[in-house]
Design a protein around this ligand. Structure first.
Ligand code: MN
Ligand code: MN
Length: 285
């Protein structure tokens, strides 16, 4: 049961909608990310936390946030991806912001197909230890190592900025250049970075962007990453209108203490708060 600190309501008219995608068939190393949505929901309980964000947004009273449950992932990959696209499109039709709980990172490709149909121009901010820009991995073009190659090839976003990268290969650097991707590698990351986006912004948050000290519950632990604090500060400083979020790659089998699920809930709350805050500001203006 999810409640995000008591914020989740049941209402046909909503501003933010959570959906889960318990899917890990496109993982290249370990399975387990299919358990992500359930673990995030369990961690979000209001008995453990409150509905207010650091910037003072009360997710219970300042907005209407619902949980629409999980996408059906019992069929083949085509059917699952189609179900993801349909579920996200239904949320966007209500002019609400989708918040998708993964699942492995392959799900961002069908999500962005729906986003690109609703928004003519989109920018993406992608947190990840990995660029996920391979042409294919072991012959699979839909692997969780490839979604951003597909997204940029299909023109589903106008720009893509990657944060937290520390496992780039020469091949992926070349693909980043070819596809016009701005990769901010960890070796070049400095506190205080402020990013501005001119188009509506979609955030895709792979939890392995965080250092394994803060988020060990991922399939591909890569040392030398962001602190949870650095990620939150960057989100708070964004100059952008955020219109959607996914948080992916939580592998509860590697997260016995729940610290990674807890980080996921925190990231979701803070991004949701910024989404609502900006909407309030534009309404007042
Ligand atoms: Mn990824
Ligand atoms: Mn990754």
């Amino acid at each position: 049961m999810t409640d995000f600190g008591g914020a989740i309501k049941q209402s046909p008219s909503y501003k933010l909608a959570i959906i889960g995608v318990p899917f890990d068939e496109k993982s290249s190393y370990l399975r387990g990310a299919a358990g992500g949505p359930a673990a995030i929901r369990a961690s979000s309980t209001g008995k453990a936390r409150n509905p207010e964000t650091e910037l003072g947004v009360d997710l219970e009273h300042d907005t209407v946030m619902v949980d629409l449950g999980d996408v059906d992932t019992s069929g083949d990959v085509d059917r699952t991806f189609h179900g993801i696209e349909t579920a996200v499109a239904a949320i966007l039709k209500k002019k609400a912001g989708p918040i998708i709980l993964g699942g492995d990172h392959s799900i961002t490709y069908p999500i962005m197909k729906a986003m690109a149909k609703a928004y003519r121009r989109l920018d993406i901010l992608h947190f990840d230890a990995h660029p996920d820009l391979y042409e294919d991995l072991y012959g699979d073009r839909l692997s969780h190592a490839c979604p951003f190659a597909r997204i940029m090839e299909d023109g589903l976003a106008e720009s893509l900025v990657q944060i937290g990268v520390r496992a780039a290969t020469a091949n992926q650097r070349a693909n980043a250049r070819r596809l016009g991707v701005r990769m901010v590698e960890m070796k070049d990351f400095r506190d205080g970075l402020t990013l501005s986006f001119k188009n509506p912004l979609y955030i895709s948050f792979d939890l392995d962007s965080l250092d394994p000290a803060f988020a060990p519950g991922v399939s591909h632990q890569e040392a030398g990453g962001l602190t949870t604090r650095q990620a939150i500060d960057l989100i708070h400083r964004l100059k952008a209108r955020i219109v959607g979020l996914d948080v992916v790659e939580l592998n509860p089998l590697r997260d016995p203490s729940g610290i990674t699920a807890s980080a996921a809930v925190k990231i979701i709350k803070e991004v949701a708060g910024v989404m609502i805050n900006k909407a309030c500001l534009s309404k007042r203006a």
